[in-house]
Design a protein around this ligand. Structure first.
Ligand code: MLT
Length: 205
């Protein structure tokens, strides 16, 4: 089995040096966010894996004990496994390893920020749509030069505003350039999320 066969995934070649690592939310799959990712950047390559953990049949990227309470041991293991998959895909498709930007929604945003905290060399930046603090590492990595766009919903019943703010603060403390938007919406993705993320990505090079 080749290293990229470790995840069911889609790969769509692009016309620029950038690759968007597309990470779905709980119950989604590798096809879900491809149209959104295309709206965010019409030219980048797209790499979209399916989370391997099943919660009552719903794919996720790591186990949780209940809503908002993560199985940290599993999360750490899965973040490394996903990072290894991305590194293998970069090699296989001759992608620019320095231009991989994650685009994650909800559970996908959470594995993306865990990866950034644990394997910072894999990602140049991340668009975290409805992300929350996935874990607090023993030692903060050096995220200088990296960019993060975090988009939160003021009325999100799953993610408290303080939790998202704490994530933004931790990433900033690690040196990342963080843009945090708080929208008047819930956990669902809105048109404004997409427009704001597209503008942010267009400026991020
Ligand atoms: C998570 O479990 O990662 C978050 O609670 C978001 C979700 O997937 O519902």
């Amino acid at each position: 089995m080749s290293a990229t066969e470790t995840f069911v995934h889609r790969f769509v070649p692009g016309e620029s040096k950038r690759t968007l690592l597309v990470l779905h939310g709980t119950g989604g799959n590798e096809d879900d966010l491809l149209p959104v990712a295309r709206m965010l950047d019409p030219e980048s390559a797209l790499l979209s894996p399916r989370g391997k953990v099943l919660e009552n049949g719903a794919p996720r990227f790591f186990r949780r004990l209940r809503e908002g309470v993560f199985d940290e041991e599993d999360l750490v293991r899965r973040a490394h496994e996903l990072a290894d998959f991305v590194a293998a895909a970069v090699k296989e498709h001759a992608l620019d390893a320095a231009q991989v930007v994650a685009v994650g929604y909800s559970n996908g945003a959470n594995i993306a920020s865990a990866m950034m905290l644990l394997r910072p060399e894999i990602l140049r930046g991340a668009v975290l749509l409805r992300g929350q603090t996935p874990l607090v590492p023993e030692k903060l990595p050096d995220l200088s030069g990296k960019g993060v766009f975090l988009s939160s919903g003021k009325f999100d019943p799953i993610i408290g505003a303080e939790n998202a703010a704490a994530l933004a603060e931790m990433l900033r403390k690690a040196g990342a350039d963080v843009t945090h938007k708080l929208l008047p919406s819930g956990h669902e993705l809105t048109r404004v999320d997409i427009d704001d993320a597209r503008e942010w990505l267009a400026r991020f090079s």
